[in-house]
Ligand binder design. Structure first.
Ligand code: GLU
Length: 595
């Protein structure tokens, strides 16, 4: 019966009666792992099998890769019908907000990188959440002026910024949409009304967070009905979400920022028991998506482009790769500890600069160009010439037309988030990382979606050794992000689109996947699947259960602290060549699908 239901929902919403019947007959195929939802169509089964076998999914015309098969199917239906990558993203994001609500949705924010096939132009859109106009730099300090404990800050209204995702959907559609706006809401509305099958990952996340989710009545009644966590395979409906979607489908994204929706969010935030926030309707009325100049850095024969401030993603990634340009990583290969020493210390040097210089450049002057200036990075790369771990790592002094001294940042990030990669039939490329920050965000739920806790991406401390921290809270400011939606160019053509969740480890995940693909000759699926080794602030995190565990001893011998642990990326990548090749991270439930 379970599979019959999926067939109905997908068939009605997405794929027509024939697929519905096939899905009705489908049983869990061999090769589907315990962490994947039951496949709804042969295409999804094939995509899951490719992922399990380390093969990319191949297609000639269009492709989408994202974190949940139902969202991918919704986007694929749009692309199949000739919709643009922006249209497909909207359909996929709206479904993700339902089936992967812990990671992204209407209550969050996102960064979008777009390559336009007709003009050859790259555009980046910043739909980051903003700090309330009533917020002060002391937002995350207690009465004694001490930084709050992370979860004391997260849970409740204090951490909620003005959501940017609904405005981004509107802005992307206005620029690049071909399909009718309202039609893009149909798959998510149908799934929300008729129900969707709870995925193992969602069920596990709910069970692991039951205490916090249980603190707010609306949230608890949805995720913990009758006090018990929702179960994998259970069919869940979300009527308030369907109603919100109908409103936006009919009235446009602006309806989110005025009237009842904004009022309800403000009420939930200000009324959050124990930890209220200061968001107001004025914050909604003044919210705007900002177009920013793309940040591009050279790496060998490639140009690696992405999201500039307020994200640290493209700058830190560009710094790491720019320093590694001076290392022969392809000669070393992934089995050489020396390769990881260079990658690890390049990353540490980049993170030192990130901590000091990177924040919302609308509020603090930033040496954006200086940070990825090849001459500066060549100088910094000289620090990689020894044999052992750098005993100490300090920020550098990039070229800057502005004399200002910042203290080092103290923001904490924990992973959730989702990445969507799409190439449409006209060759437009979209790379978007979308988030509500922590898993389940602030845990506040309004009208069927969760509100973000993005403001905890600010530094809690306002000063460091007497110097102001660039990423401190200020009214209207956007918290520094690590999200790194990326499009890699070669000879002015896009060749790879990639991104991942993972908090500040995102930068390492994306850097490593690009190195694996560009220097180590891995295909795009192998590149996203390979074990991770990430070093941000000194400690090497080595992914448990992968060959990278073997690096523990040699890296310790070089002087690193090293730790074997779970590393939860969610890389989704598409290689763009004669054919399209898609890769989906085996650590998550997503797939790549194309035709
Ligand atoms: N809030 C984080 C950021 O913007 C992303 C969180 C995550 O990836 O888990 O960098």
């Amino acid at each position: 019966m379970k599979h019959f239901w999926i067939g109905l929902a997908l068939g009605g919403a997405l794929a027509g009666a024939a697929v519905a019947q096939q899905a009705a007959d489908t049983v869990q195929p061999e090769g589907a792992t315990a962490t994947t939802v039951a496949p709804a169509s042969p295409e999804i089964a094939a995509a899951l099998a490719a992922k399990d076998e380390g093969r990319p999914v191949e297609a000639d015309h269009w492709m989408i890769a994202a974190a949940n098969p139902l969202a991918v199917e919704a986007g694929a239906k749009v692309l199949r019908a000739g919709g643009s990558a922006a249209d497909a993203m909207i359909a996929a994001q709206l479904v993700l907000g339902l089936v992967e609500p812990q990671s992204s949705g209407l209550g969050g924010g996102a960064f979008l990188v777009w390559y336009d096939a007709a003009t050859g132009q790259m555009t980046t859109l910043d739909a980051r959440e903003t700090a309330p106009l009533e917020a002060t730099p002391q937002l995350f300090l207690d009465a004694e002026g001490q930084p709050l404990q992370f979860f004391d800050a997260v849970v409740g209204g204090r951490s909620v910024g003005t959501p940017g995702t609904p405005a981004l959907l509107g802005a992307a559609h206005a620029r690049w949409g071909k399909a009718a706006w309202g039609d893009l809401f149909a798959p998510a509305i149908t799934l929300a009304e008729e129900g969707f099958e709870v995925s193992p990952r969602l069920a596990e996340s709910v069970a692991g967070d039951a205490e916090r989710l249980g603190r707010f009545e609306t949230t608890a009644s949805y995720f913990l009905p009758g006090g018990a966590p929702i179960q994998a395979g259970q069919v869940l409906t979300n009527r308030p979400y369907a109603e919100t979607l109908r409103l936006l489908a009919e009235q446009g994204a602006d309806a989110f920022y005025a009237g009842d929706v904004a009022r309800d969010i403000v009420q939930a935030v200000r009324g959050a028991e124990g930890n209220p926030g200061v968001l107001s309707e004025l914050d909604f009325a003044t919210y705007a998506v900002k177009e920013r100049p793309p940040v591009c850095a050279d790496y060998r024969s490639y140009e690696v482009c992405g999201m500039g401030p307020p994200s640290s993603g493209a700058l830190t990634l560009g710094q790491i790769l720019g320093m590694l340009e001076h290392s022969e990583l392809n000669a070393l290969g992934p089995k050489e500890p020396e390769a990881w020493r260079r990658i690890g210390d390049a990353s540490r040097l980049a993170f030192a600069d990130r901590g000091r210089y990177m924040a919302d450049s609308d509020y603090v002057p930033m040496p954006t160009e200086g940070l990825i200036d090849p001459a500066y990075l060549a100088e910094r790369a000289k620090l990689l010439e020894g044999d052992d771990a750098l005993p100490e790592v300090a920020p550098g002094t990039p070229e800057w037309d502005h004399a200002e001294l910042w203290g080092d940042d103290q923001a904490i990030e924990f992973p959730s988030t989702s990445h969507i990669t799409i190439v449409d039939g006209e060759g437009n490329v979209l790379s978007m990382t979308t988030t509500i920050e922590n898993a389940f965000g602030s845990r506040l739920m309004v009208r069927g979606f969760l509100l973000n806790n993005e403001l905890t991406d600010f530094s809690f401390a306002t000063h460091d050794e007497g110097l102001p921290v660039a990423n401190r809270v200020e009214p209207g400011k956007r918290p520094r992000s690590s999200m790194a939606p990326t499009i890699v160019m070669r000879d002015e053509r896009p060749v790879l689109a990639i991104g991942s969740p993972g908090g500040s480890r995102i930068i390492g995940y994306v850097a490593q996947a690009i190195i694996a693909w560009a220097d180590w000759g891995m295909n795009v699926q192998q590149a996203v699947a390979m074990g991770h080794a990430v070093n941000r602030f000194g400690t090497f995190d080595l992914e448990a259960g992968t060959p990278l565990e073997d690096m523990l001893e040699p890296l310790e011998a070089m002087g690193y602290q090293a730790k074997v642990q779970e590393l939860n990326s969610g890389l989704h990548a598409i290689e763009i060549g004669q054919v399209l090749k898609g890769g989906a991270d085996p650590r998550r439930e997503g797939i790549a699908l194309g035709e």
